[in-house]
Design a protein around this ligand. Sequence first.
Ligand SMILES: [Zn+2]
Ligand SMILES: [Zn+2]
Ligand SMILES: [Zn+2]
Ligand SMILES: [Zn+2]
Length: 160
Amino acid sequence: MSRHEGVSCDSCLKSNFNGRRYKCLICYDYDLCADCYEEGVTSTRHLVEHPMQCILTRSDIELYFGGEMLTSDQPQSFTCPYCKKMGFSDATLLEHVSAEHTETSLEVVCPVCAGLPGGDPNLVTDDFAGHLTLEHRQGPRELISFLISFSKHLRIFHYL
Ligand SMILES: [Zn+2]
Ligand SMILES: [Zn+2]
Ligand SMILES: [Zn+2]
Ligand SMILES: [Zn+2]
């Protein structure tokens, strides 16, 4: 999968685009292509201050991480939907949110669900810390099965 199938940029309306995709963690179902993100586009609901999660396509993940991805535990880095800090894994994001954002009940889109292959791209929760604990504490299952199929794919590749 080299394109974001079924996703269109909410600014330039380009659909099934390639490359990085940015998903707003505040606005429901608001995605931008890399070009629009870099231009800092806004809309009546979307503000440039909104935290956004960078989502890679499967082929980009393979391209960026290659075989190293098998030893790294996080192919994606997550953005905190409350303070825009980037570079969290699902585990460090949970630590961060439970340490820094326990008082907030703002509805946000889960960046972990959004970033996972096969995850729910628009999972909105007003209890993000609870959601992380419940759904992502054990490590994302989708990701693990993705890694397993990816390593099988690599092995086949080696035998050729
Ligand atoms: Zn665009
Ligand atoms: Zn937004
Ligand atoms: Zn934060
Ligand atoms: Zn989630």
